[in-house]
Design a protein around this ligand. Structure first.
Ligand code: FAD
Length: 447
């Protein structure tokens, strides 16, 4: 397809946010007699699922300490459930298994899940937690656990398949996806500052609206839009912090234990929920018994037939470089810099063995292929969903986002003129106003 000279809605990025927004926008336009998918064009510099959405572990959960995140996730889970087959979605549930230091926070989550009608079971106390876990997995042996939150909804989806499913939905509404086409700049109006045209490596397109869903590449596109590279944040400590970098990269560490995924089933032989364990019990190597860590740590895992093993990850680490100095390309497993190393393999496999006896002595089966990838985080590590320059909508999920398939629905509604109460807590202005989200005691920057 040739590059058109003009389009009403130009979406940059064919990941979860770009595709979901394009699909929902097309539906909105048709439903309200204001156009169709033919008014929407998606550009991607590489192709569908070429970014974080195509390598994500794919966990879908509601468990967030921040009420605004939970409300948003409930909408997202509804979208996943709307066509599990097309999205390659497995609604097996999700478990947050926690130490005492996180007990109160998770109890609050459980209480609020009841209030919003999100089905979950909450178990408290070391003995009852152990009994509950052994009822699911007879070989359960994790230490230092005093609460279990078992979400009955959520689960996981297969990353690339779900993106192909989303793309098909958008295309069936008449949306065109043009790749490879790289956005290289913007032309702004003299009076308004709105984007009038988008420059690409295949030519220039005049536009009415732009939607940016470029995941880890957001610092680059943010700069092209001439948006601030540092911000003022009124902190939780009541002080004003100037010059806080808008973007910071973290590297997510994930991998696959190459066992038969069928070995990880419940006592009843069913596919298990996604397991997320945090604990402050010391972790020793499953290889030689040496201490791996005596600090709070966490892992998550699930059997996955697409990865052909038990797949999951551990805590990410911060990339200690200015965002614009970080080499995002080549991305993911192709990166020479940001793939997991032996430290991760020893930690994650030892942690699996710490949790369930069936994983003891299995580290040799770890699949030594490049995995993991980086993500761009905002100043408070929560998403920014907002309008800039009048006609640009930026979706920057701060790496919470594979599960957020419903954000595109809410963004499409906003573009059509129906503001979303659920997206309101994620505006850029919250930094200057000090309207930050509460933070949990979890060892992950995204809980
Ligand atoms: C290893 C890893 C595991 C993760 N696991 C999970 C998980 O289990 N659950 C979860 O909820 N989240 C997870 N995440 C986070 C999640 O993957 C991201 O938050 C989400 O996929 C971001 O989606 P996106 O659509 O914004 O960006 P992406 O999926 O990265 O898509 C952006 C697209 O933009 C294109 N692009 C970039 N720049 C340009 C340009 N200039 N012109 C044209 N196109 C451009 C890219 O080619 C890319 O295809 C994980 C992330 C990583 C890295």
């Amino acid at each position: 397809m040739a590059l058109p000279s003009r389009v009403k809605y130009l979406v940059i990025g064919a990941g979860v946010h770009g595709l979901s927004t394009a699909w929902h926008l097309a539906r909105e336009l048709r439903a309200h007699g204001r156009g169709s998918g033919a008014d929407v064009l998606v550009l991607d510099k590489t192709g569908i699922a070429a970014g974080a959405s195509g390598i994500a572990c794919g966990v879908v959960r509601n468990n967030y300490f921040q009420p605004a995140m939970r409300e948003l996730m409930a909408v997202c889970v509804q979208v996943w459930e709307s066509d599990a087959q097309a999205f390659s979605y497995h609604p097996v549930g999700y478990m947050q298994i926690s130490p005492e230091v996180m007990h109160d926070g998770v109890a609050t989550i459980a209480r609020q899940q009841k209030e919003i009608g999100y089905t979950s079971t909450f178990i408290e106390g070391a003995k009852d937690s152990e009994r509950y876990m052994k009822g699911l997995f007879s070989d359960w042996q994790a230490k230092g656990i005093t609460s279990v939150l078992h979400e009955k909804k959520g689960g996981y989806a297969n990353n690339r398949r779900s993106m192909q499913g989303l793309a098909r939905k958008a295309e069936s509404e008449g949306v065109a996806i043009l790749a490879p086409t790289k956005v290289t700049g913007f032309q702004f109006g003299h009076n308004t500052g709105a984007v009038q045209a988008v420059e690409t490596d295949r030519g220039t397109i005049a536009v009415d609206h732009v939607i940016v869903g470029v995941g880890p590449w957001v610092p680059q596109v943010w700069r092209m839009l001439e948006l601030p590279e540092s911000v003022t944040v009124r902190g939780r400590d009541g002080r004003t912090h100037h010059g806080v970098p808008m973007w910071t990269y973290w590297c997510l560490e994930e991998g696959t234990l190459g066992v038969d995924p069928a070995i990880h089933r419940t006592n009843d032989g069913l596919p298990p929920p996604v397991i997320h364990v945090d604990t402050d019990a010391p972790l020793h190597s499953d290889v030689d018994g040496s201490l791996v860590t005596d600090k709070l740590w966490g892992i998550y895992y699930k059997p996955d037939f697409c990865f052909d093993g038990v797949q999951g990850g551990a805590m990410p680490y911060k990339v200690e470089k200015k965002a614009l100095d970080v080499a995002v390309d080549p991305y993911g497993p192709e990166s020479p810099e940001f793939v997991v190393g032996d430290g991760f393999v020893n930690m994650w496999c030892s942690a699996l063995a710490f949790c369930q006896k069936r994983f003891q002595g299995q580290i040799a089966k770890y699949r030594h292929e490049p995995s993991g990838g980086i993500g761009a985080f905002t100043p408070d590590s929560f998403p920014v969903f907002d309008r800039f320059r009048d006609n640009v909508y930026v979706i920057a999920d701060s790496n919470h986002g594979y599960k957020m398939i419903g954000v595109g629905k809410l963004v499409a509604e906003e573009i059509m003129g129906r503001p979303s109460r659920i997206l309101e807590p994620f505006r850029f202005s919250r930094y200057a106003q000090g309207k930050l989200h509460p933070v949990s005691t979890s060892p992950f920057p995204w809980s």
